[in-house]
Design a protein around this ligand. Structure first.
Ligand code: 13P
Length: 249
């Protein structure tokens, strides 16, 4: 397998600039000899601060969202141009909290994906089903729709800058992790969807992270699965003593 493990921390709406800088400093020191690919995604307000700390390290800087437009009258939104100006390299898009709390639909997520790619960013596209969708046997269909619609109009060349994060909504912040087997089955399915929408080589190469209550004690079992290529970590990314063991599994 040629895919490299990619461990990312989504700090969500946590941390002041001072707290973010302190955590980033700890991570830079602890992960400097780490063997995997790493990213942290602080709040917009801490991006500039964290950019200065991770500069020159092996930790990439991500944002948690971006606007679907480049600029204009969009009160409260943040543009890819502004993110680029701060040194951001990657954008998390379609997170379930954006989809469900802020009603972002597949069309909007797709516009953001295409805009971010157009401006040279890497993208982490999140997909995942609600508990009721899983119980109704719709997990695969939901992940297929979110993957295909989210990547509509993306070229095979640009797909190389896309990571998919499978985050079953019922596992986020709940302490309920998908079993490694259940997660791997969906990852394999998403890979099949990518093979159909693009080509088998693209499916083989695309990195698919798992997210949802990843902790130091379950990370290795998840990463051992053939189709799980990394993790998008929420709660356990907020403290170095939880994130570092995951990042160095
Ligand atoms: P938790 O790790 O807190 O479950 O969050 C996962 C997540 O949403 C990462 O984007």
């Amino acid at each position: 397998m040629s895919r490299n493990y990619f461990i990312a921390g989504n700090w969500k709406m946590h941390k002041t600039r001072a707290e973010a800088a302190a955590l980033a400093k700890e991570l830079v020191a602890a992960l400097k000899d780490g063997r995997h690919k790493y990213l942290v995604a602080p709040s917009f307000t801490a991006l500039e601060t964290v950019a200065a700390v991770v500069k020159g390290s092996n930790i990439l800087l991500g944002a948690q969202n971006c606007a679907a437009e480049e600029e204009g009258a969009h009160t409260g939104e943040v543009s890819v141009l502004q993110l680029k100006d701060l040194g951001v390299q990657s954008v998390i898009l379609g997170h379930s909290e954006r989809r469900h709390l802020y009603k972002e639909d597949d069309g909007l997520v797709n516009r953001k994906v295409r805009l971010a790619l157009k401006h040279g960013f890497d993208v982490i596209l999140c997909v995942g089903e609600l508990l009721e969708e899983r119980e109704a046997g719709k997990a695969e269909a939901v992940c297929r729709r979110q993957t295909v619609e989210g990547l509509k109009g993306v070229s095979a060349a640009d797909l190389q800058r896309v990571t998919i994060a499978y985050e079953p909504v019922w596992a986020i912040g709940t302490g309920k992790t998908a079993t490694p087997e259940d997660a791997d089955a969906i990852h394999a399915y998403i890979r099949k969807v990518i093979a159909e929408a693009f080509c088998p080589a693209a499916a083989e190469n695309i990195v698919i992270q798992y997210g949802g209550s990843v902790k130091p004690d379950n990370a290795a079992a998840l990463m051992a699965k053939e189709n799980i290529d990394g993790a998008l970590v929420g709660g356990a990314s907020l403290k170095a003593d939880a994130f570092v063991p995951i990042a160095k599994f």
